[in-house]
Design a protein around this ligand. Structure first.
Ligand code: ASP
Ligand code: MG
Length: 423
């Protein structure tokens, strides 16, 4: 049996008949160049999923989730049939499969199911018969043959799960950007494409709002050590970004070999901004053991998850606690915190909806001193006030005011010389 490669094409790559024909050509070329068996996972065309959701709310704004899955899963089915027809047209043997036909078993949780296992025998048989197998992303079925979807953006996860189950050599995610970049090109003029990135760095960037890959797909790839490649369906000749554990390995697709990248990498690989933050303060909290547990316990019981937390204690026996929450849960969080404030005897509370989180990410930060200082200095020189700071091993985040957020990204990107790298 030949080696298997899984390719995934997102909605924008399939938005029109012309685009679908281009995708068919990419599949044909890959199979020819790499002499491999090919499994192709597709999303719904263009904005189809949003359009279906629009239709849905016009009929019923609170539909039964089962029917919502029934509706949304149709988008991907249009794509598999059309792409298979396009492949047939250029003399490629191909067959389309729905999630059910492809053996993708999920949990029985409508609109956000996780994949449990994949029964791959049908796909393997089709591959052996020399077919390109085109699979609907974002959907699966349970033991009762009910249809479930995986949550928005879930086709990436379908692709990675298939790659893992089939023992594929790698999984290529084709999208409308040519690579993962050092920052958002809409904010920073001169971003650089990253040739490679580690799973952990990608996870930090994905969850920080660099919406290239579905975080669950990166988690799965990391767990099973499946190499991912993010690349553009407009420029398939570009190698894009390789997501692996070993960022010193570069894959040369043409020569089909791995090259070791000897040159050292920058400690900071990317600057991300999360604009969906809000800051809540609770002031004059009695400085006693157990108070923080009480406050955050109550919040979590009410389904509010907290991100950055800062506490400072003054010498009058009181503390101030500041934390951020997702902006769309801020109003609810404020109501809760007002209630909790009374409970614990705090003096007052406040809510600021106009804050953002700016973060630098890089696995090399662990053993390089001075990174945080450099970040703070670049902000200070521009008079940008840092309201809160939080760190992980490979990330430093600052909460700043929303109106200074984009400038903050620009100055940090500049300070770390990220425009000039071939990282
Ligand atoms: N079509 C689905 C969505 O738009 C799944 C996907 O594209 O990954 O969320
Ligand atoms: Mg997507």
């Amino acid at each position: 049996m030949k080696k298997i490669i899984v390719q995934k094409f997102g909605g924008s790559s399939l938005a029109s008949p012309e685009r679908i024909k281009c995708v068919a050509e990419i599949c044909k070329e890959t199979q020819y160049n790499e002499d491999c068996s090919l499994v192709v996972v597709v999303s719904a065309m263009g904005d189809t999923t949003d359009d279906l959701l629009d239709l849905m709310v016009q009929v019923n704004s609170r539909p039964n989730p089962r029917e919502q899955d029934m509706l949304l899963s149709t988008g991907e089915q249009v794509s598999i049939a059309l792409l298979t027809m396009a492949l047939n047209k250029i003399d490629k043997k191909a067959q389309s499969l729905t999630g059910w036909q492809a053996g993708i078993k999920t949990e029985s949780i409508h609109t956000k199911a996780r994949i449990k296992e994949i029964e791959t025998s049908r796909i393997l048989k089709l591959l052996e018969e020399d077919n390109i197998v085109v699979v609907a992303g974002f959907q699966g079925f349970d033991n009762n043959h009910e249809i479930f979807t995986l949550g928005r953006g879930g086709s990436d996860t379908t692709a990675v799960a298939l790659a893992v189950s089939l023992g594929a050599e790698r999984c290529d995610i084709y999208t409308d950007v040519d690579a993962v970049h050092t920052s958002d090109p809409r904010i920073v003029k001169k971003t650089s494409p990253l040739k490679n990135i580690s799973y952990d760095e990608m996870l930090e960037l994905a969850s920080l709002g660099a919406q290239v890959l579905h975080p669950r797909s990166v988690e799965t790839a990391k767990f099973f050590n499946m190499p991912l490649r993010v690349r553009s369906s407009w420029h398939p000749e570009n190698l894009g970004t390789l997501v692996t554990d070993n960022t010193n390995i570069e894959l040369n697709l043409k020569e089909k070999k791995e090259i070791k990248v000897i040159e050292g990498q920058k400690a900071v690989r990317g600057v991300a901004i999360d604009k969906k933050q809000a800051r809540i303060s609770i002031i004059g909290v009695p400085d006693e053991p157990g108070i923080a547990a009480k406050i955050f316990g109550e919040l979590s019981e009410n389904g509010i998850s907290v991100d950055v937390i800062v506490q400072c204690v003054s010498n009058d026996g009181h503390a101030e606690l500041d934390f951020t929450v997702k902006r769309d849960s801020a109003e609810l969080a404020k109501i809760e915190i007002d209630r909790i404030a009374k409970l614990v005897g705090a003096k007052r509370t406040s809510l600021d909806l106009n804050v953002v989180k700016v973060s630098i990410v890089g696995a090399g930060m662990i053993d390089q001193p001075g990174i945080a200082a450099k970040m703070f200095k670049s902000l200070g020189q521009k008079g940008i006030n840092i309201q809160m700071i939080s760190t992980s091993e490979i990330r430093i985040s600052c909460i700043v005011s929303e109106k200074e957020g984009e400038e903050a990204v620009q100055v940090i990107h500049e300070a770390f010389g990220l425009s000039e790298i071939s990282a």
